[in-house]
Design a protein around this ligand. Sequence first.
Ligand SMILES: Cc1cc2nc3c(=O)[nH]c(=O)nc-3n(C[C@H](O)[C@H](O)[C@H](O)COP(=O)(O)OP(=O)(O)OC[C@H]3O[C@@H](n4cnc5c(N)ncnc54)[C@H](O)[C@@H]3O)c2cc1C
Length: 475
Amino acid sequence: MTDNFNICIIGAGAVGCAIAQQLSKYELNVCVIDKEEDVCSGTTKANSAIVHAGFDAVPGTLKAKMNVRGAELIRQLSKTLDFQYKQNGSLVLCFDENDMPKLNELYERGIKNGVSELSIISGDEARKLEPALSDKVVAALLAKSAGIVCPFGMTFAFAENAAANGVQFRFLTEVSDIKADGNGYVISTNKGDIKAKYVVNAAGVYSDRLHNAVLDDKIKIIPRRGEYVLLDKDTGDLVSHTVFQLPTKYGKGVLVTPTVHGNLLVGPSADDIDDREDTQTTAAGTVSVKERALMSVPDIPYNKTITGFSGVRAHLDSGDFIIGETKDGFFDAAGVESPGLTAAPAIGEYLALMIVKKCGAKKKDNYISTRKNIPHVAELAPDERTKLIKQNPKYGNIICRCENISEGEIVDAIHRVPGAVSLDGIKRRVRQGMGRCQAGFCTPAAIAILARELKIDEKDVAKNRPGSEQIKESL
Ligand SMILES: Cc1cc2nc3c(=O)[nH]c(=O)nc-3n(C[C@H](O)[C@H](O)[C@H](O)COP(=O)(O)OP(=O)(O)OC[C@H]3O[C@@H](n4cnc5c(N)ncnc54)[C@H](O)[C@@H]3O)c2cc1C
């Protein structure tokens, strides 16, 4: 079977979905394919979730441009596409007067990159903003425009808005090769060939493989793992800003930050690894991030830790993103490491404009520009909640007690387009299983709901990709 599209985007992470969302404004036949079972299953699912202000990247690079524009777009899109974002500001801490030139350099970079509301403050001023900071802080770079976002929420919002405007999503579809055929490209997958006039490579840590299948100029992604420690919600107000340390050659150092959901997040480490899928956490990584974070905030209550996780960066030695038409009709969004989450909507805007210019597509008259998220019933005003439960009693049946998630929200997650087909898909859409017990209590109920709604056997309900089914035949 061969399917024909104007544009095929490979990768349904933040970047691929942002490109799809932007392209869905135009009269184009677009598909997004991903080797996993759902949107947001790669690096986008495990990162610091910071909307970087933009003082880190070298002025003039694509990283710098996409970061600053992306941060602005996230602020706007969080309103129209209804995902969680908070402008909480960030601090980069300096612990040694001798390091002040490095702090000043970040400030200068930020100014050159066009970051607004940037200033250097004293250690005492920093502690006034954040009383939990160490006495050893001598100065800090304050960036009021930095923020935090729900990476899942943002990516689902892009995907759902794209789907509402006609973009097709295909999952468990792995690309093995791409060949030019004189009139576009033939994309070989495990589900048959797909033909597309234009191809967009947004394959994250695998973006080098797709790039190298088409171009003679080879690139190499170095998978760089970052490990985190996540603390319970009653610790989320220990700091209100995102607290960085002055960067090292391995990245931005260890941060301490609240999340948009009220948890406290500590991390990440930075270790180059061989296996791009290796998202294990290690004792050494956990100890290292915990200890380094104490330099910034000495009283982190690690006894409130609820889980650890890790994500893998798509690092390129060149240091910049590769974004643009790298061969006739083939567009790269490769090597999109941090600040790739922040940059995603800007990459989407940039590449979509480039593609539209090339193919001359017209804007749709009936483009749907807004999208509403699934209501979190527990956070609604009492009269609204009562009304909703009267309309549909499933909203009154709490399944996840840690996060107060109802059956109605889980059913909604399954019937969104694209919808959840796995336990992780539900978790990322409505936070069932994200709380203190980490799904220990509510997994059986979630399996039963998935099986009922998808009309499949409970034994076929998986955590994520096929092979991760939770119920095994008894021996
Ligand atoms: C530890 C860490 C911390 C970070 N912190 C931040 C931060 O605070 N702020 C920030 O802005 N950025 C941060 N980032 C960077 C950010 O997470 C990434 O840049 C961003 O998520 C990349 O999105 P993506 O869509 O390019 O990749 P992914 O989300 O990885 O998406 C790529 C998709 O392509 C699919 N795919 C791959 N190969 C194939 C194939 N052959 N066929 C079909 N599908 C395929 C994958 O399954 C995947 O779903 C961090 C990253 C890490 C690892």
